[in-house]
Design a protein around this ligand. Structure first.
Ligand code: GDP
Ligand code: MG
Length: 438
């Protein structure tokens, strides 16, 4: 009852849900944060409006205020746009695989070539570096020096003038000495230039690269977006490396480049040293773009607390074998609020199999049906499913718009889950159980 009162109170004060009024201030702050991060103002406007429309009416988590809740939604949305999980380099067909590095002069291609070779070399690969910038004086020497620093073999192209000739001979050499990833460092220009694009297209045609990585300097902000588009139009890039993220760039370019090219950001450069290179993590980038470190860490703490409290409560009930239909309904509720149904269903004992059989949409429909069935039960029935006889079941079926068959299916699922839980909570298994819910 106290739960209900609390909720009612929240609704009256308007604190319980996100509304136009209670997020004005937060909206303004979010806009400013994004603009300061160098996100294009049109992108900001569109993005903020979308998020706002989506967030209106959603419930506010205990421990957060509506503004903070909105920041949470924005943060999640940013992660989603930036690309969810951090992406891998994709190799297709047979080695030697080819990665072409492209981008404007000074963006960090040569440095990143060396960094990438080093990183891949630490994994199961045998990289080979190929200097193909025939214009800038000493550009080839630069990569040869970098190769020495990361202790990776490099093709000596100093005596060869034509880029196409370089890659022909380099590919042959790579095969001869058994290298499986060829990283081609190409020439850049200060500005987009058709002659350069033609040269790169020609190289692409010959090499049929597995990856064409566009290297962008995060410090150049909006300019990086323009050149990203030009390179993508000409070459159909496969991914992006964002360099100089060690500076004070907040990374708004990452968001805009992603929007323009629809290609994943794969790596970031974080310094001049050759080990200052990481796989791209959308969550970290989203936090950086948004700034607001304090709010984000508060949200994280609150989220953990909510999850822990609930997991703790469920765990205690399971240990005592007291898990009821009412708890079942509450945990379904919790799950549907958390969003990612697919992966969460898998966490619940007995639901894993169900997950394989039905898609996410069907899942949420199924969960709604279960909720409807349980909500048509009396409290007594919810706390003791054993009393559910035929006549009670027909009454519940009528009340919830389902059939007795569906009720039996749901009960089977529930009992199967209970059985597995009590099995798992036998002495010695507690550790495992805790892991599952933490
Ligand atoms: P390229 O013309 O595209 O080949 O660019 P370079 O690899 O020669 O890099 C240009 C400059 O940027 C060099 O001085 C690099 O040391 C520097 N640089 C490259 N990546 C990073 C980075 O992630 N952080 C910092 N601070 N400097 C970088
Ligand atoms: Mg270079």
């Amino acid at each position: 009852l106290s739960d209900k009162l609390q909720r009612a109170f929240k609704n009256i004060t308007g604190k319980g849900k996100i509304s136009e009024d209670n997020i004005q201030e937060a909206l303004k702050e979010i806009r400013v944060a994004l603009l300061e991060a160098d996100v294009n103002f049109k992108v900001v406007k569109k993005f903020v409006n979308e998020v706002k429309a989506e967030a209106l009416g959603t419930e506010v988590t205990d421990g957060l205020n509506p503004g903070q809740q909105l920041v949470k939604v924005v943060h999640e949305k940013l992660i989603e746009i930036l690309g969810g999980r951090s992406p891998e380099i994709k190799f297709k067909g047979k080695p030697p695989y080819v990665i072409m590095m492209v981008g404007l002069q000074g963006s960090g291609k040569t440095t990143s070539s060396g960094k990438l070779a080093r990183l891949l070399g630490e994994e199961e690969f045998n990289p080979y570096l190929v200097p193909c910038d025939v214009y800038r004086p000493a550009a080839k020497e630069q990569l040869i020096t970098v190769a020495g620093q990361v202790e990776m073999p490099v093709f000596d192209s100093r005596e060869i003038e034509k880029p196409l000739e370089i890659v022909r001979r380099a590919m042959k050499e790579a095969r001869n000495i058994g290298r499986d990833v060829v990283i081609v460092d190409t020439a850049g220009r200060l500005h987009i230039d058709m002659a350069l694009m033609d040269e790169l297209k020609e190289l692409k045609e010959y090499l049929e690269p597995d990856e064409i990585l566009f290297v962008a300097d995060a410090m150049t902000g909006q300019d990086a977006v323009t050149s990203a588009k030009a390179f993508h139009d000409a070459l159909d890039i496969t991914g992006v490396i964002l360099t100089k993220m060690d500076g004070d760039a907040r990374g708004g370019a990452a968001l805009s480049i992603k929007k323009v090219t629809e290609r994943p950001l794969k790596f970031i450069g974080t310094g001049e040293k050759l080990d200052a290179f990481e796989r791209f993590h959308p969550d970290r980038m989203a936090s950086r773009i948004l700034g607001m470190g304090d709010v984000l860490s508060l949200i994280e703490t609150v989220q953990k607390k909510v999850d822990q409290d609930e997991a703790q409560r469920l765990q205690e009930k399971m240990l005592k074998n007291q898990f009821t239909l009412d708890d079942f309904s509450k945990s379904l509720n919790q799950i549907s609020k958390m969003g990612d149904l697919g992966s969460l269903m898998g966490l619940i004992p007995g639901m894993g199999k169900m997950k394989q059989q039905i898609d996410a949409q069907a899942e949420s429909k199924q969960m709604k049906k279960m909720q409807a069935i349980i909500s048509s039960m009396t409290m007594e029935e919810r706390n003791n499913h054993a009393i559910l006889n035929q006549s009670r079941k027909s009454r519940i079926a009528k009340g919830s718009g389902t059939s007795v068959n569906e009720i039996n299916t749901m009960l089977n699922q529930f009992m199967q889950m209970r059985k597995m839980m009590s099995m798992m909570s036998k002495p010695g298994k507690l550790g495992k159980l805790t892991q599952m819910f933490s």
